[in-house]
Design a protein around this ligand. Structure first.
Ligand code: AMP
Length: 586
């Protein structure tokens, strides 16, 4: 039997970890001291792109490879810190030339191509607000987010534009400029500009906008149980946490080759796929291609990745690909592996140790926290299945919500409650754009309520229990059931729709929809297929349901809300729980 703790010892370290003594360093830590490790701008300002790019681009690391891009067709492109500085200067100048003002939204809808990284960092440098969108979204989630975020500029590729955006133009009154990464030699689509051409026409000298710590920098959309997606506002001050967590949770050292497999369309892919590695002056690998087990092992080996940040779904897919494939590769440079986004089963932690030679270090955070909050750090013993302990500067606790809405701090170990964090860490979101009331509801006094249920054990390790709400985590992507239900309801045959996450051994959960039909429509296979295709076209493959079931009626509460929990319990054959609010007959 495997032991319940993986004991760490200094012999395991290839480099002395930044957080070698958890208790002592945590006790001595202050955010002011963390802030002092960054440059800042003259006059007291702060700018993420300055810290991530220009600081190195004009310093001793200027010729170091900042980004190594691996194209899906085998191309490799290296960008030094000096190159990245010049390119992001240019992009900032493009925004300036177009008359984009500080604080306005620059959305980027692209696969993992170099232009995405240049556009995000260039927008930060310019002082506008960067919002990367997941390229697998369909037209509806794209339109919803562009509208809510009042996107003024959209950077996208020609193919994505033609497939997903061209039809939306009339619905987006704020959108003034579409900058295209051209992919063909045909005519430039009407109403768009050629990004490469306009980058060539501006200079590569620029000074970062005079942003200050509390200026808005990034907008990341996330989903709740109900209503529209929420645009979580992040400010330039977040860079202090990106730097500190890159140091303590990922143990980044300047000589590292780091690979974060997350897409920048999700917060991990921005905080740790773009910003944190550059802050530490490392070489960051970007792979354009989708998951492929052979390719991933090859990248780890050939690129000599030393620190790897990935996700449980990917690890389970590698496990599924079998030991033979893994056995064809060697990873002598790899020294730290971490994972985030979904529960990491103990099996996967051990698989890392047995296959890669290193256990996987689970860590926890979410869009709203902007950076890693709870982590298994290099020197800390691992209890497989646990998310680890709060990082220096982070106070986490378990709160019990009482019937009257008040909360109680749970002191006893191993008692389930809502995971909460004490306000005050630099990358905490500063609001949901235009949704003040939803933001306010996230707090109980000084505590931010995360929406996750968890427990803390007698040694201070946190254990994930589940979500307190109905959002779905599929392949690490957070999906709001309401967005899926709304798309299905647009089909003329659908009377009502209820959407749940159905447990899946590889991707965590898959999206399953239950629909009832309007009179005159037959619940047959043809309609089922049509609805699957309809949802996929609107929402995109990452969000659309994989399965649809027809029901005569959907269970609702007396106040009319669809009881997703009951749908889920019935789907899984679990006890139906308290049905006192169920409308009779459902
Ligand atoms: P997102 O805001 O899309 O990054 O999703 C954040 C949510 O993912 C959290 O609130 C959790 O529900 C889940 N999550 C993130 N990390 C972990 C983890 N290590 N273990 C379990 N769930 C996690």
């Amino acid at each position: 039997m495997r032991p319940s703790v993986i004991v760490k010892s200094p012999q395991d370290w290839k480099l002395p970890p930044h957080l070698a003594d958890y208790a002592a360093q945590r006790a001595a830590f202050t955010w002011d001291q963390a802030r002092s490790q960054l440059d800042g701008l003259p006059g007291g300002g702060l700018n993420i792109a300055h810290e991530a790019v220009d600081r190195h681009g004009q310093g001793p690391r200027r010729d170091q490879v900042a980004l190594r891009w691996l194209g899906k067709n085998g191309q490799i492109e290296d960008y030094s810190y000096a190159d990245l500085m010049a390119l992001t200067h240019r992009f900032a100048n493009v925004l300036q030339t177009l008359g984009v003002a500080k604080g306005e939204g620059v959305f980027v809808l692209a696969g993992r191509i170099p232009e995405l990284y240049v556009a995000v960092l260039g927008s930060l440098k310019h002082g506008s607000v960067a919002c990367p969108l997941f390229s697998a979204f369909g037209p509806e989630p794209i339109a919803t987010r562009l509208k809510l975020g009042e996107g003024k500029v959209l950077v996208t590729t020609e193919i994505l534009y033609r497939r997903k955006v061209a039809g939306l133009h009339g619905q987006l009154p704020h959108l003034k400029h579409v900058l295209l990464v051209r992919e063909g030699s045909g005519p430039q689509p009407v109403g768009t500009l050629d990004l490469a051409q306009i980058m060539d026409h501006v200079g590569d000298a620029a000074t970062p906008a005079a942003t200050v710590a509390e200026d808005m920098a990034l907008l990341h959309f996330t989903s709740g149980t109900t209503g529209a997606p929420k645009g979580a506002i992040h400010v330039h001050e977040a860079v202090v946490a990106h730097h500190a967590t890159g140091k303590y949770a990922l143990d980044l050292h300047a000589e590292d080759v780091f690979w974060c497999t997350a897409d920048p369309g999700w917060v991990t892919g921005t905080s740790y796929g773009i910003i944190a590695p550059l802050l530490h002056g490392v070489t960051s690998i970007i792979d354009e291609a989708d998951f492929d087990a052979e390719r991933w092992y090859r990248i780890l080996e050939e690129q000599q990745v030393s620190v790897w940040y990935t996700a449980p779904t990917a690890i389970r897919m590698l496990m599924k690909a079998g030991p033979e494939l893994a056995g064809k590769h060697r990873f002598p440079k790899l020294r730290f592996v971490a994972s985030v986004g979904e529960p990491l089963n103990p099996e996967a932690v051990w698989w890392g140790k047995e296959t890669l030679g290193l256990p996987i270090h689970d860590n926890w955070w979410q869009t709203e926290t902007g950076g890693i909050m709870i982590a298994n750090t290099p020197a800390l013993d691992i209890k497989p299945g646990s998310m680890g302990k709060p990082l220096p500067g982070v106070d986490a606790c378990i709160l019990e919500r009482r019937e009257d809405g008040s909360t109680r701090l749970v002191e006893e170990p191993n008692v389930e409650g809502e995971l909460a964090l004490k306000r005050g860490w630099p990358s905490m979101f500063r609001g949901y754009l235009h949704q003040e009331e939803r933001y306010r509801k996230c707090f109980s006094g000084d505590w931010y309520l995360t929406g996750d249920l968890a427990k803390r054990d007698e040694d201070g390790y946190f254990w994930f229990v589940g979500r307190a709400d109905d959002v779905i985590k599929s392949a690490g992507h957070l999906i709001g059931p309401f967005e899926v239900e709304s798309a299905l309801m647009e089909h003329p045959a659908v009377a009502e729709a209820g959407v749940i996450g159905k447990p899946d051994p590889v991707v965590g959960e898959t999206v399953k929809a239950f629909v009832s039909l309007k009179p005159g429509h037959a619940a047959d296979d043809a309609l089922n297929l049509e609805l699957l295709g309809f949802a996929r076209k609107r929402l995109g493959a990452a969000v659309a349901p994989k399965e649809i079931a027809f029901l005569a009626t959907l269970p609702r509460t007396r106040s009319g809300k669809i009881m997703r929990r009951l749908l889920k319990a019935r789907e899984l054959g679990l006890p139906e729980g308290d049905l006192s609010t169920l409308e009779s007959g459902a």
